[in-house]
Ligand binder design. Structure first.
Ligand SMILES: C[S@@+](CC[C@H](N)C(=O)[O-])C[C@H]1O[C@@H](n2cnc3c(N)ncnc32)[C@H](O)[C@@H]1O
Length: 206
C-alpha cells in the first residue's frame, strides 16, 4: 500500500464511510475489541481511528487516544466526539502509525480495527504498537486475513494486484502480522459475516 493512495482513498471515503464500509464492517468486531479493553481501566490507543466509529464503545472512565493519517477521516472523528459528548476521548491526532510520537510503554491497550491491511509497512506498525504498549498490556487487532485455501483464497490472490486501487490488501495473512512482533497470542476469534474477519488478542510480556 502506498501512502499517497491511502490519503486519496480516505479523502474520498470519509463523507460516506460510516454508511458504507463503516456499516459493512460493523459485525461485532469493534464492540468486541472495546469489550476486551474495557475489562480493566487504563489508557487506550486506537490506531487508524478513522471517523471514530468505535469511540462510543469504550468505557467512559477509560482515557482513549486516537491517531490516523487521514485528516478527512479524523475530522469526522472530531465531530463525533463533540456530537456524542465523549469526554473520555483525550486526543485525536494526525499521526503515521509507522512512527508514532509516543514514548515507550505509554498505553495499557492498543486497538487497530480494520487497519492492518490498509497501512503501508504493517511490520513497522506492529513494532510501533509493541513499543508504545506497557509491559503486560493488551493489543486487539480486527482485520480481514487471507483464507488458507479454497475459492476464497483464489479470489483474494486475484484481487491482490488491485490493492492500491481498492485501498486495502485482500491477501494479508495472520502470520504476516504475527511474525513482526514479540507479542504473544492470547486468542483468535473468527467474526461474521461468513468468517471474513478475525479478532486477534495479543499480549506483551509483563
Ligand atoms: C478501513 S479504515 C478503519 C477505520 C476504523 N478503525 C474503523 O473501525 O472503521 C482504515 C484507517 O486506517 C488509516 N490509516 C492508514 N494508514 C495509516 C497510517 N500509516 N497511520 C495511521 N492511520 C492509517 C486510514 O486513514 C483509515 O482511516
Amino acid at each position: 500500500m502506498q501512502l499517497e493512495s491511502i490519503l486519496k482513498s480516505y479523502a474520498r471515503y470519509a463523507p460516506v464511510y460510516d454508511h458504507t464500509f463503516g456499516w459493512l464492517l460493523s459485525f461485532r468486531g469493534r464492540s468486541m475489541a472495546a469489550g476486551v479493553t474495557n475489562k480493566r481501566p487504563g489508557k487506550i490507543l486506537e490506531v487508524g481511528v478513522g471517523t471514530g466509529i468505535s469511540l462510543p464503545y469504550y468505557h467512559h472512565e477509560h482515557q482513549v487516544h486516537g491517531i490516523d493519517i487521514s485528516p478527512d477521516m479524523l475530522e469526522r472523528a472530531h465531530r463525533r466526539v463533540k456530537r456524542r459528548r465523549l469526554g473520555n476521548i483525550t486526543q485525536l491526532e494526525i499521526m503515521d502509525a509507522r512512527k508514532m510520537h509516543f514514548a515507550d510503554s505509554t498505553f495499557d491497550a492498543v486497538v487497530a480495527a480494520y487497519v492492518m491491511s490498509v497501512v503501508p509497512e504493517p511490520d513497522r506498525v506492529m513494532q510501533e504498537i509493541e513499543r508504545v504498549l506497557k509491559p503486560g498490556g493488551d493489543v486487539i487487532i480486527v482485520n480481514h486475513f487471507a483464507a488458507e485455501r479454497g475459492m476464497r483464497r483464489n479470489l483474494e490472490a486475484m484481487l491482490a494486484p488491485l490493492s492500491n486501487k481498492l485501498g486495502w490488501r485482500p491477501d494479508m495473512s495472520v502470520e504476516e502480522v504475527l511474525s513482526h512482533t514479540g507479542l504473544k497470542e492470547v486468542s483468535r476469534h473468527t467474526l461474521p459475516p461468513m468468517g471474513l474477519f478475525t479478532m486477534l488478542h495479543l499480549k506483551k510480556d509483563a
